[in-house]
Each structure stands twice: as C-alpha cells, then as structure tokens.
Design a protein around this ligand. Structure first.
Ligand SMILES: NC(=O)C1=CN([C@@H]2O[C@H](COP(=O)(O)OP(=O)(O)OC[C@H]3O[C@@H](n4cnc5c(N)ncnc54)[C@H](O)[C@@H]3O)[C@@H](O)[C@H]2O)C=CC1
Length: 497
C-alpha cells in the first residue's frame, strides 16, 4: 500500500499547515485505501492565502510580460522533467491509467504554461485615433488608448478528473496576464497541485503569486465570497457552477465556469466507420468516462448502425480494465465508491427504462480490481431520447447509442439538451460537416475526431455548460480588463463660457 507524505497548504511561497487544525484523508480509488492526510483550510487559511496573493500582486503585475513569461516557461520545463513522477502521483490520486497520465496530463499542463508564457509579452492594448489635430497647436485632436490590466487576485477551483491539467489551465493564463492566484483543488484529488506550486517557485515566481488552499465546498465558498478576490474560475458540475456564480455576484466578481455536459456525437451514413468508432471509444472510455466533454449520446444514421456496432464491440472486448499502474491497462478506477454507485444507478435506470444493454453494465472486482471502484465499459442502445441515461451527465464509462434518419432530425435531437459543452460529427461531406457544425449548440465541435483540446484552441461551454473560455487567445479576455485612456491634445470644449 502506497501512502504519501501529508499534503500541506501552499501559502506565500512555502508549504504550511492549516491554522484550522483540521485535516482530511484522500484515498487511492484503485485500492480503496487512504493515500494521504491533507491539511484542510478554514476561513482563516483562505484569508491568509488571499492576503499573500494580494501582497504579491503589485510587484508581479508590474513586471514585464517577458519577465513573467520567462518564469512560466521555466515552470513548464520543470513539469516536463518531472513528467513521470507527477504522472504517478496523478494515477494514485485519480485511478486513471498510467499510460494516459504519462502521455497527456502533465504534458497538457506544461503546454498551457508554454503557450501563455509565449503570449505574455504580446498582451497589449490598442491605440484609437479620435481625429482632429493638424491645425497647429490650437487645433488639438485627441486619441485614446486602452491598457489591458490584470484583475487582481484570481481564485481557481478544480474538479477531480484532470487535477494537474486544470491547475495549469487556470494558473498559466492568470499569471501570464499579471494576476496572482489562490487555487483550490478538488477535495478528491488534492495531491498534484503542490507539484505546480513547487515548479513555479523553483522557476522564480515570487512568494504569494500562486497559493493553494485545500478543502471541499466550504473552502471553495470562502474563496468565492472573499471580498479581495476579483475573479473565480471554476471547473465542476452545473449545480456547483450555478451556486458559485450566484455567490460571486454578491461582490460582482468576474467568473469563468467550465461545467458539465451531455454532448452528442453524430455519425452520418457516409462516415469512415473505423474512425468514427475510434472517436466514440475515446469519447466515452478515455479516463474511464470521467471527462466533461464526452460524447455520451452517440447518434447513428440508421443505415450504418449495424456496421458501427459490429466494428465497435470487438474493440471494447479488447479493453484492459485493471491496475491503473499497469502500462497495459486502458480502463482504470472511478474516483470513489459514491461515484461508482451513481454510475451503476444510471445503468440500472437504463435497463429499467427500456434501453438495451449491449455490453458491460456491472462493477468489476476481478484480480487487481477487487478493492477499487471499477466499472466495465458499458454500451446501451436507447429507443428514444427521454431516458435518464440519454439526458443526464453520468461521468462514467457509459455510452448510449441512438438511431436517426436525417440530418435535421439529428441536429434537433443533438441540441435538445440544456447542456452545450461540446459535440462531434463524422461525415465525408464537407458541406454537411460545416453546415452541421454551425447548427450545433456547443462551445466546441469536432469534425471527424473527438475530445482533442489543444491549448491553442479556446475551450468552454454554451447554455448550462458554462461561460467564459479557457485556453487560446480567448483566455486573455477573461483574465484582463480594459482601461480606456482618453488624451486631449487641444482645448477643452465646453458650453460653460
Ligand atoms: N467543462 C469543463 O472543463 C470540465 C467540467 N467538469 C465537470 O466537473 C464535474 C465533476 O467534477 P466534481 O469535482 O465532481 O464537481 P463539483 O461540482 O462537485 O466540484 C467542483 C469543485 O467545486 C468545489 N465546490 C463545491 N461546492 C462549492 C461552492 N459552493 N463554492 C465553491 N466551490 C465549490 C469542489 O470542492 C470542487 O473543487 C462534472 O460535472 C464535469 O462535467 C470536469 C472537468 C472539466
């Protein structure tokens, strides 16, 4: 049994114990055993972290973008050098397969730091000519310019599925823009944010620029309600996002909300079936289905339904569910027992409401899975879109197939949801691909692929899946505010002679 050293808070450039005197335990979901004791931040700890971030803000925000970028770049390098050890910690904390964590989680975080490190020196305002001038010294004229200024202390609040990636996706743009941050990881996965804090400190980030408080909803709420926090960026479920946004309104904070989804994947009759199957598998079983943008509603054109299912089932049969630390494992453990029970509850409801179970549908307890929260990759075929498994976010390895007959019907059914995080479509018809992409109500649409989130591309939801965007140039909009400076070169015009 692996246990880790106690997890401290990180405030003002160093690890500290919580003033609250409280700790909580985090578990290794693959074994059901305790992994580490974690210091739990109370209101006084949140105050201390926000105060440290506030004290660090003036000097950090006055640095040039080039100077800030250099530090972020070094932090990215440090994360890459420690890829394997951080990936192992991530596997212990999340239960995801080590092959994924080694290839994606840390690298995506480092990519993000590099992207915003490069962008930092280019964050600039604009010059606006307001005419006039040219008439000698009395002719005057005016112009304006805008300054892109940081917001101040930003709060980052993370979900448990991609802990280090989420920490980086929030810290990198915030810090590049000259803000400072207090980050709260999910209470389910408190381990790896500390690795980002250490990397930033070693890279030269001054004390207080990036701080970590640990804890659950209460700690998150203390951050969201804090009068000295200017912005909240939260990744989590829709109900939590709504609560946090309502609380942030009391002090009129900026918000970015990256919330849940029930995204559609449309496979048209002219699709490349093998690639469509690959995408559907990625869109439902990567990270054992615990991905916000997953394409869990797979709409198949009636003519290719059989070919799709025939191509997919053997590939599901070859998936390896087991010890997440085994490089051959492709399906790891769900995050917790209650979450596994929730996923299995949806499986029961699917059967009860009349869906056909094509595979999976049960907990796995063989061999290395005995003490963890493993669920077999599950595929349902649903007779219509009214079933709970076709409407609600399950956040586990459960795919629901549905059949459609024409494009208008497919688009209407795809859009018939309060969520709008993502969507995908497979077709060889170029005109249809772009027509349908334009009609889908989603923050991201993948054509002939699924779930790729390169840092260069803005990511975020529409409708109840959130607001604001992470990544890409778009993120700069959400971590800066414009100041307009008007400059008069001539006399002041006034009726008050
Ligand atoms: N759109 C996106 O980018 C992503 C969205 N998600 C969504 O996250 C959810 C799964 O993650 P969970 O950690 O279970 O979500 P959650 O909503 O339970 O918690 C998210 C975070 O918010 C904190 N929190 C809870 N109540 C709070 C409050 N009142 N004020 C402030 N903070 C509070 C939690 O401690 C946690 O750190 C899914 O719905 C998933 O779709 C997950 C990953 C990416």
């Amino acid at each position: 049994m692996t246990t880790l050293d106690p997890i401290p808070l990180w405030i003002d450039g160093r690890p500290v114990d919580a003033r609250s005197g409280r700790t909580f335990a985090t578990e290794n979901p693959a074994t059901g055993k305790p992994l580490a004791a974690v210091q739990e931040a109370g209101p006084e700890d949140v105050d201390a972290a926000v105060a440290a971030a506030r004290a660090a803000f003036p000097a950090w925000s006055r640095m040039t973008g080039t100077e800030r970028g250099r530090i972020l770049h070094r932090a990215a390098q440090i994360l890459r050098e420690r890829n394997d050890s951080i990936a192992h910690l991530e596997v212990l904390d999340t239960g995801k397969p080590v092959s994924e964590a080694m290839a994606v989680d840390v690298a995506s975080g480092a990519d993000c730091l590099e992207f915003f490190a490069g962008l930092a020196p280019a964050i600039a305002g604009e010059h606006i000519d307001l005419g006039g001038g040219g008439g000698g010294s009395a002719g005057g004229g005016a112009f304006a310019y805008t300054r892109r200024e940081p917001l101040g202390v930003c709060a980052g609040i993370g979900a448990w599925n991609y802990p280090i990636q989420i920490a980086c996706w929030k810290a990198a743009p915030a810090l590049a823009c000259g803000n400072t941050m207090v980050f709260k990881p999910s209470e389910m996965t408190p381990v790896t944010a500390l690795e980002l804090a250490k990397a930033l400190a070693e890279a030269g980030a001054p004390a207080g620029v990036f701080n970590i408080v640990q804890g659950a909803a209460e700690t998150g709420a203390a951050l969201v309600g804090h009068p000295d926090v200017a912005k909240v960026s939260l990744t989590g479920s829709v109900p939590t996002g709504k609560r946090a946004m309502a609380a942030a309104a009391a002090t009129l904070k900026h918000v970015t909300m990256e919330l849940g989804g029930k995204s559609p994947l449309l496979v048209f009759e002219d699709a490349d079936i093998e690639n469509a199957v690959s995408a559907a598998l990625n869109a439902n079983f990567y990270t054992q289905g615990e991905i916000c943008s997953n394409g869990t509603r797979v709409f198949l054109h009636r003519r290719i339904r059989d070919a799709f299912v025939d191509a997919m089932m053997p590939r599901i049969g070859r998936m390896r569910i087991g010890d997440p630390m085994d490089p051959a494992t492709t399906i790891g453990s769900l995050i917790s027992k209650p979450h596994m029970e929730k996923v299995l509850g949806y499986v029961e409801s699917g059967i009860r409401e009349g869906a056909t179970l094509l595979c999976g549908g049960a907990r796995v307890t063989d061999g290395a899975c005995a003490d963890g929260w493993f669920v077999a990759p599950t595929v349902f075929e649903a007779p219509d879109d009214t079933l709970a498994i076709a409407r609600e976010e399950i956040f586990g390895p459960v795919m629901t197939l549905m059949v459609f007959d024409d494009e208008d019907e497919a688009v209407a059914r795809a859009n018939a949801t309060p969520f709008g995080l993502a969507a995908g479509l497979f077709t060889r018809d170029l005109a249809r691909a772009h027509r349908v992409a334009a009609r889908l109500e989603a923050g991201t649409v993948w054509i002939n692929d699924y779930n790729l989130t390169p840092i260069e591309m803005p990511f975020g939801g529409v409708k109840h899946s959130g607001l604001g965007r992470e990544n890409g140039l778009a993120a700069i909009e959400h971590y800066t505010q414009r100041k307009s400076v008007f400059v008069q070169l001539g006399d002041v015009a006034t009726p008050f002679t």
